[in-house]
Design a binder for this molecule. Structure first.
Ligand code: PTJ
Length: 250
């Protein structure tokens, strides 16, 4: 049990959620390592949602609301860290939910779908038999639902692999990534990359989408049109270099 007074309480609490997700059969062993990598980038970012990340989330919310068929791709880490916020975002933005795994395993897909359903998801794709193949990648993530990611015009991909992000973009889909590494192939392949931790991004995106349903189409297009992903990634990298170089967390 971690005492709430511990100076690293929040980070350790999140780590425990991941370990709990692993024990529940939702998180891959490799997902624990991926989380460690994310922790290191988050440390450099300052463990907060920067203005740059908030701007990217704003553009992402506009993109989701403008989409005819947006889908959230859910993996083990996302389910362990923010199943409830993911379901809330799906409701707020009218998104489909699809379980899609890098380390594909039908038992794990079912566990993750169950976690989402317990948080109120009416439908979770990715566990049934309508499996289709996304062209352009050999990644296990190429196995998608014909009614979900294959048919989607926008796909939100938290903790993605670069190969599939590129394949989704090549298939003409708008790709929104959440990735703490601004230099990853995923971050560069996506149209909008939110360089931030999923635990902070998912509730923020749900909140933005709820507020922005009031916007008319022109206002949403203006938000989206003002966003430049290359500028966003460069600003995020500079923030990390500045924080770490300045010994902010010494
Ligand atoms: O559940 P599965 O089988 O789909 O497996 C999921 C993992 C995460 C194991 C798989 O996607 C993987 O190997 O991911 P990567 O390539 O190790 O990590 C993807 C990116 O996510 C890296 O750039 C990490 O820095 C970043 N990342 C890790 N944790 C977080 C994160 N980004 C945002 N929030 C996090 N909490």
């Amino acid at each position: 049990m971690i005492p709430p007074t511990h100076p690293r309480y929040e980070s350790l609490r999140i780590r425990e959620m991941l370990a709990g997700g692993f024990e529940a059969g939702a998180v891959a062993a490799e997902g624990l390592m991926a989380h460690g990598r994310g922790e290191a980038f988050d440390y450099m970012l300052g463990e907060e949602s920067t203005i740059t990340a908030q701007r990217a989330a704003h553009a992402a919310a506009a993109a989701l609301l403008l989409s005819a068929k947006p889908v959230i791709s859910v993996n083990g880490n996302l389910a362990a860290l923010c199943a409830a916020d993911t379901v809330q975002l799906a409701e707020a933005a009218g998104c489909g939910l699809e379980v899609n795994l890098f380390y594909d395993d039908i038992r794990r897909r079912r566990v993750i779908a169950g976690m989402l359903r317990r948080k109120g998801a009416a439908e979770v794709l990715g566990t049934e038999e309508d499996r289709a193949t996304l062209p352009g990648t050999d990644s296990p993530r190429r196995l998608v639902s014909a009614r979900g990611i294959l048919a989607a015009d926008t796909v939100l991909v938290p903790l993605e692999d670069g190969d599939r992000a590129e394949a989704l973009a090549a298939a003409g889909k708008r790709v929104i990534a959440i990735d703490l590494n601004p230099a990853s192939r995923t971050a560069r392949a996506a149209h909008i990359t939110i360089v931030d931790n999923v635990v902070r991004v998912m509730p923020r995106l749900a909140q933005y989408c709820s507020q922005m349903t009031q916007y008319d189409e022109g206002s949403l297009r203006a938000v989206l049109g003002a966003f430049r992903n290359d500028t966003n990634l460069a600003e995020s990298s500079r923030t990390m270099a500045r924080n770490f170089g300045g010994g902010r967390h010494a």
